[in-house]
Design a protein around this ligand. Structure first.
Ligand code: FES
Length: 77
């Protein structure tokens, strides 16, 4: 979420990471998807209710950036 703001990806992130809005929805490139930490239950619930969810959808606010994720590619739907 912070990286999205810094790079002006246009994510609203209205709840500030409280996992109640899904306005931070991103679609992760398939080659990166399995490198992410698995989603918590609250994120899964939000994704289940999300219109336009794709196989590699995640909530941007729940992605914890690490050195291993340097170069992560996401699409803003
Ligand atoms: S910012 Fe609201 S769910 Fe991610």
């Amino acid at each position: 979420m912070d990286a999205a703001k810094i790079h002006e990806l246009g994510l609203a992130c209205e709840c500030g990471g409280a996992v109640i809005c899904a306005t931070c929805h991103v679609v992760v490139s398939p080659e990166w998807f399995d490198k992410l930490e698995p989603p918590i239950e609250a994120e899964l619930d939000m994704l289940d209710a999300l219109e336009g969810r794709e196989a590699t959808s995640r909530l941007g606010c729940q992605l914890v950036m690490t050195e291993e994720l340097d170069g992560l590619e996401v699409k803003v739907p």
